[in-house]
Design a protein around this ligand. Structure first.
Ligand SMILES: [Zn+2]
Length: 347
């Protein structure tokens, strides 16, 4: 078998998760006869009377005020709560504990039809400022060991409501990826005296996988990407959470998120579905000064109409296979620079 020199057929170590990722880019173009997902151009109205997030609308419990900027509320059906019952049936083998904490919904903007790409500079900054405030406030609660801020965007990742929003799960559970990153960051520092996140930055910042950069952040498809169009936003200095960023850095982060979201949409001239997660230090009172704060974007598509299915190797075996070369995918996203494709047309 003769292989193109661009082919990546090897295992790469994921330094943040401390696990191997299998790269098989020679298999990315294999014939696909399964289900495809035709791109769908959404054009939601600025206000939807049936939306639980629009200003002035009634929710399951309560009613939204006529908010004009960002807005957050406690999830009407939270997965963590001070009232969570727990179970009296556990023992030392089948362990159990109550799901304490809270869950919140954060609306980025009152306009139902907007997404992050439509936010003005000060609106993008306001979202990041609110995230930092919620992280600090929720993280200070004794029943909250970790604050997970994430956005599911698009119906392919299970979001039926296009209203621009994200969620916060804040409870007595340290989410698994962050727990591993915390341990990896601690061990790396003990071994080398350097910060794990800054080591990744040093490898990526000058390389072929950068897709955008500003004074405070670098966005890249990392060398160890688990998904074809995965993007990491890395801070240019060590930080463990949003709370450690300066006002200038938070402003730059908002602009970088908007830039990444714009590139995604421009890539195939369609709204790009993704899961975005903010990786921040747990808030359980331990020292996390070596935690590698960053933001991860995981789009489920590897082509405009083809999902990356998690199947035998991923669900069955527990390790990811990436059928692409991250250098190539970064080049695709670099070529998607410029204003959002809908600007100047449908707006
Ligand atoms: Zn809405």
């Amino acid at each position: 078998m003769s292989l193109d020199p661009q082919v990546v057929w090897e295992q790469r170590w994921h330094p943040l998760r401390e696990e191997w990722v299998l790269f098989t880019s020679h298999r990315g173009g294999r014939p696909w006869i399964g289900e495809t997902h035709a791109p769908r151009e959404l054009d939601p109205p600025a206000y939807d009377p049936t939306c639980a997030l629009c200003p002035g609308n009634r929710r399951l419990r309560g009613e939204n005020p006529a908010y004009t900027g960002t807005y957050w509320f406690t999830n009407d059906l939270p997965c963590f709560s001070p009232d969570a019952p727990g179970s009296p049936d556990g023992d030392s083998f089948y362990r159990t504990r109550p799901a304490l904490g809270t869950a919140e919904v954060v609306c980025y903007h009152p306009d139902h039809g907007k997404t992050f790409v439509d936010l003005a500079d000060d609106e993008a900054r306001a979202v990041v400022e609110l995230w930092a405030e919620r992280y600090r406030e929720l993280g200070s609660r004794p029943d909250v060991d970790h604050v997970l801020i994430f956005e599911n965007k698009g119906s392919l990742v299970g979001t039926s409501n296009p209203h621009p929003h994200c969620q916060i799960y804040a409870g007595n559970l340290v989410y698994a990826h962050m727990e591993r990153e915390a341990e990896a960051g601690r061990r790396f520092f003990e071994r080398t005296g350097r910060f794990l996140g800054q080591e990744v930055l040093a490898r990526e910042a000058a390389g072929p996988r950068v897709i955008a950069a500003n004074d405070h952040f670098v966005a890249c498809v990392p060398w160890f990407a688990r998904y074809a169009y995965e993007i990491l936003i890395l801070p240019r200095r060590q930080a463990a959470s949003l709370a450690e960023l300066t006002a200038g850095e938070r402003e730059a982060l908002g602009l970088m998120i908007r830039e990444v979201a714009t590139r995604y949409d421009n890539l195939w001239q369609m709204p790009m579905p993704y899961v975005m997660a903010i990786h921040q230090a747990p808030t359980d009172g331990r020292d996390y000064s070596t935690f590698p704060f960053h933001i991860e974007f995981h789009p489920p598509l590897r082509k405009p109409d083809t999902m990356k299915y998690l199947a035998g190797p991923e669900i069955g075996g527990g390790s990811m296979t990436n059928e692409s070369n991250p250098d190539d995918r970064a080049a695709d996203l670099r070529s998607a620079a410029g204003p959002h494709y809908r600007k100047g047309t449908a707006g």
